[in-house]
Write a protein that binds this ligand. Sequence first.
Ligand SMILES: [Zn+2]
Length: 471
Amino acid sequence: MDHAHGRNTLIRGGHLLTMDPVLGDLNGADVLIEGDTIRAVGPALEPPDGTEVIDARHTIVTPGFVDTHRHVWQTQLRTIATNWTLFDYTCRMRFGYSACYEPEDVHLGNLVGALEALHAGITTIVDHCHIINSPAHADAAVRGLRESGIAGVFCYGIFPNPTLPDFTIDFEPGWRLDDARRVRAEHFAENNALLTMGVAPTEVTARPFDAVCREFAFAREIGATRISCHVAMGRYDRGDRLVERLAEAQQLGPDVLLVHGAALTDHELALVAASGAGISGTPETELQMGMGRPVTFRARDAGVRTGLGIDIVSNYAGDMFAQMRLQLQAERGFRHASASGAPRVLDVAAREVLELATIGGAQVLGLEDRIGSLTPGKRADLVLTRCDAINMVPVHDPVGALVLNATTHDVDTVFVAGRAVKRNGALVDCDWPALAERLRASSARITAGFAQAPLDQIEPLIANAMLNAEH
Ligand SMILES: [Zn+2]
């Protein structure tokens, strides 16, 4: 892949929200990109000869957003989960649609999903990829991410999807462990590359504890950069204190990425903080699917490395603006609901969710020295959001413009490692109409396959496993 090493770009005269505590916000300042690196940040920089200059007036310049949790493969099922609970999602998506993906569907879902992320200014993504129905599915998923040019972590999903129409499922990880080892060797030789490999163990809340520990040990043995797990899912939590037990068993560590976590106790959050593990809050899923108050601010306040994630693009857009807005306003709403009297001041500021979406996500991935702020020496992942459209004029508060007003169509320019992947509001080298046609055809094929799913068998089985939790 071409990272355009050696080419210089000067981004001139933008409103910089650097997210660097020393540099702060700089109105009318410049960013100099040299190859894949931010070389300088400040007013009136003098570019070397041959530098391409981008006029950034009337734009807000930020670091690229970091999406710490997404199932990218679900891209062609967009809007299918509009009115689903987590129970519906488990029955239909995890035991139905997932059985109907062929490798080419996975490739297309991951390619278009990653392009959607780039279009939205998300430059780093954690792909929790539980669609590995065969080794060819794994290769296709990796290829889709790579072709897009996005950075992040591909988490190999050990979860065994069923086969249809007979609906057989074997929860032993079996061949997937050997295949994960193969994928690590073939596709992810380096742990400091743009894309690295993590592991997504079989659903940890549904497995015997010793089996969970064995999959953690396997992930560490193959050098996974992250171990991504759904935990403590609010009303669906079984009260088994899984995270506390993981801590007691010395399984938590900086390589662990816990997702959701609304039911985590304060004691568990303290254990997570002490271990250096990260938490990904995915507010839109948590609010819809009975998970209770998103854990994000509780986790951050407990000293946990905390970021935001988008989760299921089978439901809503792969858009960090929407997640920031939902997380902010949901937290304000929960605090108002539990307070007495009329509030005199708001105690959560919009900037706090912008931090979660940038430097917070970088910390969750242990990449805060390389991404998450516009700091000289860091990788040149950055976003120019244009403030010209009818929803973006005027800008009294650039943080408010991003968090409460912007849409992905206001994202004008996106760089990943110094390479422009979006310019003038359009993805670079992307034939979107052709991709959209392929995506519709793939979606129709998957939906036809899903018609064979025996929901009359699946639903009682999953109800027994999921709906008998005590609270
Ligand atoms: Zn998820």
